[in-house]
Design a protein around this ligand. Sequence first.
Ligand code: MN
Length: 191
Amino acid sequence: MIALSSQMGQEEKKCREAGFDGFLSKPVRRKKLYQLLDRMLGKRRDGDKKDEAEAHKIMSPDSIREKINHAVRVLLVEDNPVNRKPAGLMLTKAGYQVEMAHNGLEAVRKFTEAPKKYDLIFMDIQMPQMDGTEATKAIREKGFDAIPIVAMTAHAMKGDREKFLKAGMTDYLTKPIRREEIFSTIRKWVS
Ligand code: MN
């Protein structure tokens, strides 16, 4: 929280004591504002001081990103609840809108019913009824070329990458899925 005041002197000290994180005197100069934002956001980035991170949450890069993320809708296709639940939670907490499917058939149905609803699909490979490769082929065969489909697989073997790409997948992640990987993949494919 940044205090804005046209009064100088003691005012800044008073504001800090009241709990403001920063102080700007009016009229606000562009350079001063940017420097202050940099300093405040940077603090969050460097520190693993949790309380401070919490206190700065409103201004943190994460919460700004969260607002942007909110517009991104992900279809998470995974049969195993042990993987599905934490991945779903991770995405939801980061601000993404998440729809789940439990197998390939459900994924194809959910996606083709409302293709405009989704910006990206995370697709598990090994699933009952219809696996991820088949589901991806089915979606591509229906003419949906643009939707990024990212494979998730536990044991990436040599030649898997080629197999996935040939099936029409856009990218792939190796399980266990790590937070940063999942987010950077979304940023990479959803503009
Ligand atoms: Mn599976």
